[in-house]
Design a protein around this ligand. Sequence first.
Ligand code: ADP
Length: 452
Amino acid sequence: MFKKVLIANRGEIALRVIRACKELDIETVAVYSEADRECLHVRFAADDVCVGRPPARDSYLNIPRIIAAAEITGADAIHPGYGFLAENAEFANTVRASNIAFIGPTAEQIGQMGDKAAARKLAQKLKVPTVPGSPGPVESMEEGLKVAQKLGFPVIIKAAAGGGGKGMRVAPDTEQFAQAFGLAKQEALAAFGSDEVYIEKYLSRPRHIEIQIMGDMHGKLMHLCERDCSVQRRHQKLIEEAPSPAVDVTLREDIGDAAVRLAQAIGYVGAGTVEFLLDEDGSFYFMEMNTRIQVEHPVTEMCTNFDLVKEQIRVAAGEPLSFVMNGHRLRGHAIECRVNAEDPARNFQPSPGTITAYHPPGGPGVRVDTHIYAGYTVPPYYDSLLAKVIVHGNTRAEALARMRQALDSFIIEGVTTTIPFLGRVLRHPDFIAGTVDTMFLEREPQLLKNPA
Ligand code: ADP
C-alpha cells in the first residue's frame, strides 16, 4: 500500500481524498495556490506545498511544480481528484515516469477515451449503440453541413477533446449551421488546444444516464449501476440520483453490460463512468467515458455502502477489488444537489465572497461534502461548487422529503447560493414524478427566479 499520497486538487474533493487516505492509514500531502492558504485541505493534510499563483494554470495545472511537490515531500502516489489534471494523459505519464503511482488509469486509456470521436468509434466496433452522427471528425463546414442534412436537424457539434460542456453547440437548422460550427471549433481550440469536432443528431428530450465502473489490475471489472443526471443547465449537471426513475431491471442490465464491455475493451483499471443518453423510446446511446472519480460519486456510495475513493486507492496499489456487487441491486434511493456560489436569477453568475454564517444540515441519511466554513472566502479563480448535499432514503419519496428538509435547514450567508433554486426544483411536480429530461430547466425558466 502507498505510504504518502499527494492530492493534486483543492476544495471538497481534496478533503474527500484526505479522508479516504486517513482511513487507510496513508499520509497526505496538500498542494495549494496562493489564493488557497486558508483552505481546509491544507490544514487536514500532514504536509503541504504552495505550488503557485492563484490562476489554475500557474498552480493546480502546473505539472512540473506538482511533481516537484511530490518529490520534495516523498509522496509515492498522486490522486488527481476531478477536473484540473485528472484526465490529462501527459500528467499521468509524467507522474509515472517520475516513479510515482498515478491513482487513475494509464495515459493510453485516458487518451483513448479523451478523444470522444475515437471513443465513439470504439463503441461502434463493440456494438455499443452511439447517437447517429458523423463517422469520425468533420474537417470542413461543407462536409459538416452534408452530414447534418443527412441526419436531420437539430444537430449538436462537439469538440473531440471536449469536457465540462465546452466546445458544444446546437445547430437548429441549415441557416444557423455555419455559425454554430464555427463557434464550436473556436471554443474547442481555446479550451482544449484542438479544433477537431464531430456531429451528432440532437435528441429532443433525452435523459442523462451514466454507469459507475470499477476495475482492478487482476482482470476484474464490474459496474455499480446507474446514476440519473438529467437535471442540467446548459449541459452541466445540477442534481443527480440513483437509481434512475426511468431505468428498470432489464434496461439496467443492458446499459450496464454495454458499459462493462467498453471499459473491458481498454483493460480499464480504477473508477470510471460511462455516460449514455436515454431516448424517450427507451433506446440508449453511448456518449462518452470519464476516466476519473466524478463529482456525483457519493450518490452511488450511499446506495452501495462502498467507499469508491478508498477503492480507487486500493486498486491503484495493485490490490484486488474488495467487494462485489450483489445482483446489481442498489439499496434504497440517493439524491445529490450541487450547491454553488451562483445566482440563478442572474444567469447563474458566480458570486464569490466571504461566508459570514454557516450551518450544515444533518440527521439520518444526510451527508454534506464541503470545504467551506464560517469566515471562509470563496476565491473567484475556481469553480463555484460550495457543497454537495447527498441524502439517502429507503424509498425515493423518503429521499425527496429528506433533501427538501436538508436544503431548507442549510444556512450559508454572505454569498448568493443555488439552495433556494434547488428547493424549488425538488418541489416541482415533474421532478417529484421522476419524469424530467435534460431540457427540463429550459422549459421551466420560472424556477430560476425567486418568487416575489
Ligand atoms: P461534456 O463532456 O462536455 O460534459 P457530454 O458529451 O458529456 O459533454 O454531454 C453533456 C450533456 O450535453 C449531456 O448530458 C446532454 O444533456 C447534452 N448532450 C450531449 N449530446 C447530446 C445529443 N446528441 N443530444 C441531446 N443532448 C446531448
